[in-house]
Structures are given as C-alpha cells and as structure tokens.
Design a protein around this ligand. Structure first.
Ligand code: ZN
Length: 201
C-alpha cells in the first residue's frame, strides 16, 4: 500500500508564534508531501513496496544505490515523529519514567537540554538532533540529512528538524532561537514518553 501524508495532530496555527502557520503549510503540505510522493514513486516497482517504513529505512541505509529511496523514506519517518512530538502549549518538563531516565542518563533535565541544544545547533548543514533509546539508556545524537538513529539500532523518541525549511521563515539564520523555542514551548513530553514506552515494549 502506498504511503500517505499524515494530517497534523493540531491546527496550522497551533504552534504560533513559535512556528508559524506559513512554515507549517510549506513544511507539511509541500516538503513532507514531496518526500511521500517521491518514496511511493521510487518503490513502486520494487519488492520494498510490501515493507514497513522502518524496514525500508533500515534496508536502504548505507546502500549508495538506494540513496534516493533512503532519503525520502528517512525523511517521511522523521517528519511523522516530528509532527507528533509537538503541541500547542508544549515545553515544560517531562514526567514519569521519561523524567527518571533523563535524570539517570544526563544528570538532570537542564543538562539534557544543554546537550540537545548543542547537538541541534552544531549539526552542520541539514539534519536532525535526537533523544534516542539505545538499549536501556537514553542518548542525544545528531544526524545529517535524512538519517536517524533507527539506522544505528536505536529508537528515536524526540527529534528536531534543523533543515532550514523548518525554521528559516520564522527565525532566518537564528537556529539557536528556534531550538530554544522548540524545547521551551513546543515539545509534547507526554507523546515523547509514549514513544519511550513503545521502545521499551
Ligand atoms: Zn523538514
């Protein structure tokens, strides 16, 4: 079955003023839609069309001959998570099992935030910064272009898109401001904790 663009789980205005309706329309309706369309076109005649998105990402990673499929599949997967882990009135601090594991891995929520911000700001060019589950432990990582921690056998829980299409209309070149706004006003920690429980299951 062909892959489809998921609806946003909130209105296009929900994240304003931190992420504008204009950015969400372009980012979701144009950029994400293009990845989905390209992916469907590229796998149309291959045996990958019967695979799950995760299987396609893992099967095509590190295969130069399948870079086009990997880039579009990875970006489809990454954006699916990205939309889900934001909400109107987000930010604040996580609770429950996620808070405990963040403290265990990073010492405190504040030091996690610093580590995540550094990863997001220092990702050179396009890519993503992540909070991921590696076995039993949480890690902060960054990846270029369409790559994600699935490729390294980890489970991504939270990802921030640092491609310019994610922030340039709202923040121009001020990526650190965008990353701070994401952490302080947009992250849906309940959804990130749900991803943690899926990853532990
Ligand atoms: Zn994007």
């Amino acid at each position: 079955m062909a892959f489809e663009l998921p609806d946003l789980p909130y209105s296009y205005e929900a994240l304003e003023p931190y992420m504008s309706s204009r950015t969400l329309h372009l980012h979701h309706d144009k950029h994400h839609q293009t990845y989905v369309t390209n992916l469907n076109n590229l796998i149309g005649d291959t045996d990958l069309k019967s695979k799950s998105l995760e299987e396609i990402v893992q099967a095509t990673a590190n295969d130069p001959a399948k870079a086009g499929i990997f880039n579009n599949a990875g970006q489809h997967w990454n954006h699916n998570l990205f939309w889900r882990i934001m909400k109107k009135g987000g930010g604040g601090a996580p609770g429950g099992e996620l808070a405990k594991r963040i403290d265990d891995a990073f010492g405190s929520f504040e030091s996690f935030k610093e580590k995540f911000k550094t990863a997001a700001v220092t990702q050179f060019g396009s890519g993503w910064a992540w909070l991921a589950l590696d076995g039993d432990t949480l890690k902060v990582t960054k990846t270029g272009n369409a790559a994600n921690p699935l490729v390294e056998g980890m489970v991504p829980l939270l990802g921030i898109d640092v491609w310019e299409h994610a922030y340039y209309l709202d923040y121009e070149n001020r990526r650190p401001e965008y990353v701070a706004a994401f952490l302080n006003h947009m992250v849906n920690w309940a959804e990130v904790e749900a991803e943690l429980h899926k990853g532990l299951a």
